[in-house]
Design a protein around this ligand. Structure first.
Ligand code: CO8
Length: 258
């Protein structure tokens, strides 16, 4: 994989780990870093040797938001022409399971990045929030939309208006976070979950993800029609034959991703 300036990447046991690495500024997301993150995730999404992608931070932060120094002097026309959110839109097109392992601050754009993943495992010490209101702006990479769809309008407005940070425990109670673990076990527990997913038939995971994401946007009837087509499609896979044969023969299945 290409050499990156602001992230570090590795693959273990068919699990790709992308680590945000700009610890001096709490992994503040400058534009190059976002480009690097998106291109690494897309490369792993196309890589047959990878089944699950883990995104994590380093030092005291997952990411403390967009790089304020970089954007402080921006104007609307510059932002329109930069069209930087086109890159963020590509995160929603990643097909493989993505797990955010949130070690510390996940604020602003950093929270949006975690919310762009499918599952979130958080260290007990992690803190989430949208502090944009405190610096005269608001979320721009999906925060108002994703948070509202997850926790509802009333609670979302309170967090977005006050800009206060929520603990991992609060985020878990709100249904934002899947698991809260001791900080020293964060990566181990995330990898355990990733390995569990990596053992499942990848095409099932892929089409389940697609169908669940449709549930967020589609009315129930249309969503169910979509689900049905994906269900039918899985009967074209070897993994369906293997999974059902293994059940009948009372043995463990071996899934190939075909
Ligand atoms: N941008 C640039 N630098 C940052 C950022 C940031 N977002 N966050 C922290 N840093 C830097 C600090 O300036 C400091 O640098 P230096 O050592 O050179 O002074 C270093 O990181 C360490 O930070 P602190 O000394 O402030 O550490 P504390 O433990 O005292 O505080 C906090 C930690 C509470 C996280 C604090 O740093 C903070 O409030 N940071 C800013 C959080 C914030 O407002 N985030 C939202 C930014 S706006 C945004 O994300 C909009 C999203 C829009 C789309 C996304 C596009 C990428």
């Amino acid at each position: 994989m290409t050499k990156f300036a602001y992230i570090r990447t590795r693959v273990e046991d068919e699990i790709a780990v992308v680590e945000l690495y700009r610890p001096d500024v709490l992994n503040a997301l400058n534009r190059q870093m976002v480009t690097e993150i998106v291109s690494a995730l897309e490369a792993y999404d196309r890589n047959d040797g990878v089944r699950v992608i883990v995104l994590t931070g380093s030092g005291r932060a997952f990411a403390a938001g967009a790089d304020i120094d970089e954007m402080a002097g921006d104007d609307p026309i510059k932002l329109e022409l930069l069209n930087q959110f086109a890159e963020w839109d590509r995160l929603a097109l990643i097909k493989k399971p993505m797990i955010a392992a949130v070690n510390g601050f996940a604020l602003g754009g950093g929270f949006e990045l975690a919310l762009s993943c499918d599952l979130i495992v958080a260290a007990e010490t992690a803190e989430f929030g949208f502090p944009e209101v405190n610096i005269g702006v608001m979320p721009g990479a999906g925060g108002t939309q994703r948070l509202t769809k997850l926790i509802g309008k009333t609670k979302a407005l309170e967090w977005l208006w006050t800009g206060e940070r929520m603990s991992a425990k609060e985020a878990h109670a709100l249904g934002i976070v899947n698991r809260v673990v001791a900080p020293e076990l964060l990566l181990e527990e995330t990898m355990r979950l990733a390995r569990k997913l990596a053992a499942k038939p990848p095409l099932s995971l892929r089409l389940i993800k697609e169908a669940v994401n449709k549930a967020v946007d589609y009315p129930l009837y249309e969503g169910m029609q979509f689900e049905r087509k994906n269900f039918y499609l899985l009967f074209a896979t070897e993994d369906q034959k293997e999974g059902m044969a293994a059940f009948i023969e009372k043995r463990e299945p071996r899934f190939q991703g075909r």
